[in-house]
Design a protein around this ligand. Sequence first.
Ligand code: AMP
Length: 187
Amino acid sequence: MRLIIMGPPGAGKGTQATALAARINGAHISTGDIFRANVAEETELGTLAKQYMDAGEYVPDEVTNAMVKDRLSQPDALTAFLLDGYPRTLDQVHTLDAMLADLGSQLDGVVALTVDSEELIARLLKRAQTSGRTDDTEDVIRHRQEVYVSETAPLLDVYRERGILFEVDGMGSIEDIEARVAAALPA
Ligand code: AMP
């Protein structure tokens, strides 16, 4: 199965993505994790990405698309994958469509976690105390929510129109949300 998991920063995407990737026995492809690994290794890509990440901005589409194209063509992602944090812009949606067409495959579903915005800010501020992430300051947290609303939320309509959007209530315990995600998936 080939899936995307979406949701605003703080929706619990990363936590649910790990469980969901295991459930579908697919490659877990988190663009945020790949960028962070590059930052840690001080690669050219990492140096470039860091400036955007620290400001709560998106890394430019050309850079992100090229990175995902490379990752999706690796053998472990051929039959099943979960994209976590990608696509985030309409340009990325169209590029992903083209990549999958080239690979002769297509998406089976998009799981969207919904959480109310006050809860999101509270969760992220709590995570900031322990995460060590340089993009977890309050200003950046608020900015990342705004960027999500303007750049990424419109993608939900695109996938809803295609009939492959599965919205899941992201409030409650990790186990409850995991069960809801499993129940929402296409057969
Ligand atoms: P995440 O861990 O998914 O919240 O991603 C952390 C940061 O990495 C984001 O705030 C962006 O700066 C960058 N990033 C991750 N995925 C993407 C993407 N699909 N497009 C652009 N930037 C991204």
